[in-house]
Design a binder for this molecule. Structure first.
Ligand code: NDP
Length: 481
């Protein structure tokens, strides 16, 4: 709600609007883009060692403000444990990406297949990267692309979601303590119009959010002819193969579908089980999810936080009602609960689901685990691939069979005998690259050492060390006639 130019922010535990902020105007974005662009050449020229030292100072400043940051993110998301994870990753990313940068940004001179010609790879950072991030992990997702972009030598402006903005005040104070970084990294406040202004003024966009908004952002970036990396929604499947360790699968999926109250792009949102294993797996899964309690009233006790974004409750309710109306059986949970002014979704397990139900085809973004039995592995693969999305997946079973199944799935980040591993390896220089498939996004990998090079324009500097005429010169061509 906007009152006198200020945007009100709802506390997900109380339902009260207990914070508000004045959004930036689109003209502020233009002015900030100019300022950052002017500062970027010095940041690039200062060299990688300076940039690493500055980001180390940033990491230390984040640690000094840890308590305020934690409080802000906990208040906006209503979650304690996940906030601790978010807070920890920023420091890990600074360390990991610094190693990657040292290994990958050094230009290499290599011979070519043509005698006398050598090629030197040049990297020229995009001057200004615009990051637009969602509400589900506000701190981590604001920094996930910003840190490698800064190390690459870019300036960065970040537009987090208006739904979870309290941490921006703290980030401003953190940046005040690292002036070298503040010259090239700033946060903006506002809603979609400010996001659109970021797309209009940046040289490269990293967008994390819904597929619907991602399409608009990509179209706007396309019209401007700038690269746009989109990491969007998902309807991530898990397949249990014959011979899978059902106990391990139940534990992993009870976690992988409910972390962040299921408000996670990498959440498993549908499970396919061999028909003969359905009853045994259901029993094990119900035992596991039975251990997961709402973290109410004490945020430090329990596992499942409130829904951060109130309209999500309507989506969950609609999907559950549709499933039940079409014959699904609810084994636990099944309805949004109201506690203390907040909206809560208890962990919900369903069977008797089909792909005619929204709960199996649309992103639900809640701690919901629908289980569907299958007859053959080919059927399971076809069902998993029957989606407009392709973000991540999980396969449980003997390793060789699981990898072979994973290779047939339309998804970028696939966990074997676990769920949601890929985001944990961000900045790990040994992990493979991955892209989002289909409606889950477009653009280069966020994972793997070459992810850093997304922020660089590449130059091929080709030196001819021969002294004679080149084969493509007229004088040589004439001689050949
Ligand atoms: P949205 O797409 O609604 O919003 C994402 C960001 O875009 C917000 O900052 C939003 O601002 C901004 N925005 C809105 N309209 C525009 C516009 N026209 N131009 C530019 N920016 C705009 O996503 P949610 O915040 O609802 O996040 C949840 C979604 O994010 C889920 O679908 C989830 O799967 C996905 N996600 C994907 C991840 C991945 O790595 N693939 C990771 C995490 C989440 P504001 O909110 O202020 O309106």
């Amino acid at each position: 709600m906007t009152i006198q130019g200020r945007i009100g922010v709802r506390n997900p535990r109380t339902g009260e609007q207990d914070y508000s902020f004045t959004p930036n105007l689109p003209e502020d974005v233009v002015a900030l883009a100019d300022e950052l662009r002017r500062a970027q050449p010095a940041w690039q020229a200062a060299g990688l060692q300076h940039r690493i030292a500055t980001l180390n100072a940033f990491r230390d400043a984040l640690a000094r403000h840890a308590s305020a940051l934690r409080h802000a993110v906990e208040t906006d998301t209503g979650r304690v444990f996940e906030t601790a994870i978010e807070q920890g990753v920023a420091a890990v990313w600074v360390d990991r990406w610094a190693h990657v940068a040292l290994e990958t940004l050094e230009p290499e001179i290599t011979a070519t297949e043509t005698p006398g010609l050598v090629s030197k790879a040049g990297f020229s950072p995009y001057p200004l990267v615009g990051v637009i991030s969602p509400w589900n992990f506000p701190l981590a997702l604001s920094l996930m692309d910003a840190i490698p972009a800064l190390l690459a030598g870019c300036a960065v402006m970040i537009k987090p979601s208006e739904v979870t903005p309290r941490f921006i005040d703290v980030m401003d104070r953190v940046l005040d303590e690292v002036p070298d970084l503040r010259r090239v990294l700033r946060y903006l406040r506002g809603a979609g119009d400010i996001g659109a202004a970021v797309v209009e003024t940046s040289d490269l966009i990293c967008f994390t959010g819904s597929t619907a908004t991602g399409r608009k952002v990509a179209a706007q970036a396309g019209a401007r002819f700038i690269p746009c990396f989109t990491e969007l929604g998902g309807k991530d499947p898990a397949i249990l193969l014959p011979g899978a360790d059902l106990t391990r699968a139940a534990k992993a999926l009870a976690n992988g579908a409910t972390l962040g109250s299921g408000q996670q792009c990498y959440s498993i949102e549908r499970i396919y089980v061999p028909r003969g294993d359905e009853a045994a797996f259901l029993k094990l899964l119900l035992a596991e999810v039975g251990k997961l309690k709402l973290s109410y009233p004490d945020p430090k006790i329990g596992d499942i936080g409130p829904l951060t974004f109130a309209p999500q409750a309507e989506v969950i309710t609609r999907h559950l009602a549709d499933a039940v109306a079409k014959g699904a059986t609810v084994h636990c949970g099944g309805a949004i609960e109201h506690h203390g002014g907040g909206l809560w979704c208890p962990v919900t397990v369903l069977t008797g689901v089909t792909h005619d139900m929204q709960i199996m085809t649309e992103e639900t973004f809640g701690p919901i685990l629908p289980i569907m039995a299958y007859d053959t592995v080919d059927d399971a693969i076809a069902l998993a691939n029957d989606s407009t999305y392709g973000l991540s997946a999980a396969v449980f079973g003997p390793e060789e069979a699981a990898i072979s199944t994973a290779q047939q799935l339309c998804a970028g980040g696939i966990s074997v005998n676990d769920a949601g591993i890929a985001p944990m390896l961000m900045g790990d220089r040994l992990v493979a690259e991955k892209t989002a498939f289909r409606g889950s996004g477009l653009g280069g990998s966020r994972l793997g050492r070459d992810a850093l090079k997304r922020f660089m324009r590449k130059q091929a500097i080709i030196v001819n060390r021969n002294t004679g005429a080149s084969p493509w010169w007229f004088e040589t061509l004439r001689t050949e006639d």
